[in-house]
Design a protein around this ligand. Structure first.
Ligand code: SF4
Length: 433
C-alpha cells in the first residue's frame, strides 16, 4: 500500500514518524508524498499551541476531502488531548502519542477491511513504560535522532504536554549506548539525544544515574560521532555536569537551555522551577568550562499578567545572557492549563509586538555570535540553492560553493561572511578549527 505521512511539531514527533516509516517499509508498504495519491494518510499531530491545533485540523480536513476513499489515520499529541475534536473530522482511526506499532497494526486492519471509525487513545498519565522504537536519520545518513526519554512531570502552568505525553519514562543507559553504537555503524556522523524533557532522564529507572552518565556512555559508544543534546532545564547545569561534559571530545558545545522568561515574577507564574539567578549561574558555568559555547534558548512573550515592566526586565536579562540563538513564541492559551484561567490575558496585538521586539534583539545577538568565527569545522548535509549546507558543532549553519559533493563529510571552512542567520565560507585545507 502507498502510505503518506505528515508530521507536525517537535523532534520527538519527527523521530516517531521516522520510526513508523521504517516499520511501514519493513512491512512491505511504500511511502508516498502527502499531496499525492495514496491508500492511507497519517497525520502525526502536535498541540503545543492553538496554532498547532488549527494546522492539524486543516491538514486532516484536506486529506479527508482530497481522498474520500483512502484511510485517514491521526496520531500524536493533539489526537491524544482532543480525540473527540479529531473524530468529528470524519477520520477512520484516532490514536494518541503512544503505541505506534499498535497504531500501524490497526491501520493495516482498516486497509484490509474498512470497519467503522476506530478510536484507541490510552490515558497518558497512567503510562509507565518507555516505548522502544527504531532510531533513524533526518538528513540522509548525516544526523540521527535518538529518543532517550518521553513524558514530563514539571507541569509548567502554560503547558499541555504532561497531559499529552504522561510521566517521565527513560531508555536504559546500556540500550541507549547500544543504539548509538548501531547508528555510528550505519554511517551517521551526528546523534542528537532527544526527548520531551531529557533533563529528567533516568528519574524513573531508579538506578541513581543522571543525564551526564547517559551522555558519557553514549559519547564513549560512538566516539567518531558528534553527540548533540536536546533542550535542557537550567538545573541540569552544575559544576559536576560541566566538568564531566567538558572532558567528552565528541560532545557538541551547544546547549539549549529552556528559559521562557527573564523575569522572576513571570517565571513564578509559569511554575518554572528556577529564577534568573540560577539560570545565569548555568550560563556562567557553561562559559567557564567550554570555549564560546552556543547557548540558545526559548522565550514566551505575553504570558498572562506580563506587564511592560516585566517584559523590559526580561529583555534586559536576555541582553546580558547574549544568546547565540533564540526561539520566540507568543503565549498561547491551552485549554485546561492553570495559565488559561489566569487574569490579565494579553491581547494578540501586544503579544505580536513583544515577539517582534524580542526577535530584533535575538537577531542582533545571533549576528554578534556568528561574527566571531573565522574558521570552522562543518558536517555537510545537503545541497540547496547552489550551495552545500551543513552545521558546526555549535549548530551554526554554514554554506559553501563546491563542485564536489560534500554530503556527510566533515570539512574545514574559512568563513567569508555572515548572511542572515548563516555563515558563508570557502573550503579550507584540513587543520585546527
Ligand atoms: S518542562 Fe514545562 S514546558 Fe517543558 S514539556 Fe514539561 S511542562 Fe511543558
Amino acid at each position: 500500500m502507498r502510505i503518506a505521512i505528515y508530521t507536525l511539531g517537535c523532534k520527538v514527533n519527527q523521530y516517531e514518524t521516522q520510526a513508523m516509516e521504517r516499520e511501514l517499509l519493513r512491512r512491505g508498504h511504500a511511502l508516498a508524498p502527502f499531496d499525492g495519491p495514496a491508500d492511507a494518510y497519517i497525520v502525526n499531530t502536535c498541540t503545543v499551541t492553538a496554532v498547532s491545533d488549527k494546522k492539524c485540523r486543516g491538514l486532516i480536513r484536506r486529506a479527508r476531502k482530497n481522498a474520500p476513499e483512502a484511510v485517514v489515520a491521526v496520531c500524536g499529541c493533539y489526537a491524544q488531548t482532543a480525540p473527540e475534536a479529531v473524530s468529528a473530522l470524519g477520520v477512520d482511526l484516532v490514536s494518541g502519542s503512544a503505541g505506534r506499532m499498535d497504531f500501524l497494526d490497526r491501520l493495516e486492519g482498516l486497509l484490509r477491511q474498512r470497519t467503522g471509525q476506530v478510536v484507541a487513545v490510552d490515558e497518558a498519565l497512567k503510562r509507565r513504560d518507555f516505548e522502544r522504537l527504531p532510531a533513524g536519520g533526518v538528513s540522509g545518513r548525516t544526523r540521527a535522532m535518538l529518543k532517550v526519554e518521553d513524558g514530563c512531570a514539571n507541569f509548567c502552568s502554560y503547558c499541555v504536554i504532561p497531559y499529552a505525553r504522561g510521566p517521565v519514562r527513560s531508555l536504559p543507559l546500556n540500550e541507549a549506548a547500544e543504539e548509538a553504537r548501531r547508528l555510528a555503524g550505519e554511517g551517521y556522523r551526528e546523534i542528537v539525544l532527544t526527548g520531551i524533557e531529557i533533563s529528567s532522564w533516568g528519574r524513573d529507572l531508579r538506578t541513581g544515574e543522571a543525564l551526564i552518565d547517559l551522555v558519557e556512555a553514549v559519547c564513549a559508544a560512538a566516539p567518531r560521532c558528534r553527540i548533540r543534546l536536546g533542550s535542557l532545564e537550567p538545573r541540569t547545569i552544575t559544576e559536576d555536569f560541566c566538568t564531566r561534559a567538558a572532558r567528552l571530545p565528541n560532545l557538541c558545545p551547544h546547549f539549549h537551555l529552556s528559559m521562557q522568561s527573564g523575569c522572576d515574577a513571570t517565571l513564578k507564574r509559569m511554575n518554572r522551577k528556577y529564577d534568573t539567578a540560577r539560570f545565569e549561574q548555568s550560563v556562567g558555568l557553561l562559559r567557564r568550562h567550554f570555549r564560546e559555547p552556543a547557548v540558545t534558548t526559548d522565550l514566551i512573550v505575553g504570558f498572562p499578567g506580563e506587564t511592560e515592566e516585566e517584559f523590559s526586565r526580561s529583555l534586559e536579562f536576555i541582553r546580558r545572557m547574549a544568546f547565540a540563538a533564540m526561539h520566540i513564541f507568543p503565549y498561547s492559551r491551552r485549554p485546561d492549563t492553570p495559565a488559561a484561567s489566569m487574569p490579565d490575558q494579553l491581547p494578540n496585538a501586544v503579544k505580536e509586538a513583544r515577539a517582534k521586539e524580542a526577535a530584533e534583539l535575538a537577531a542582533q545577538m545571533e549576528r554578534r555570535y556568528l561574527g566571531q568565527w573565522k574558521r570552522v569545522e562543518v558536517l555537510f548535509e545537503e545541497e540547496k540553492d547552489g550551495l552545500w549546507w551543513g552545521h558546526t558543532t555549535r549548530y551554526c549553519r554554514v554554506g559553501v560553493k563546491s563542485m564536489e559533493p560534500l554530503h556527510n563529510q566533515l570539512r574545514q571552512v574559512a568563513v567569508t561572511g555572515v548572511e542572515g542567520s548563516a555563515l558563508l565560507g570557502e573550503l579550507a585545507p584540513d587543520g585546527e578549527s
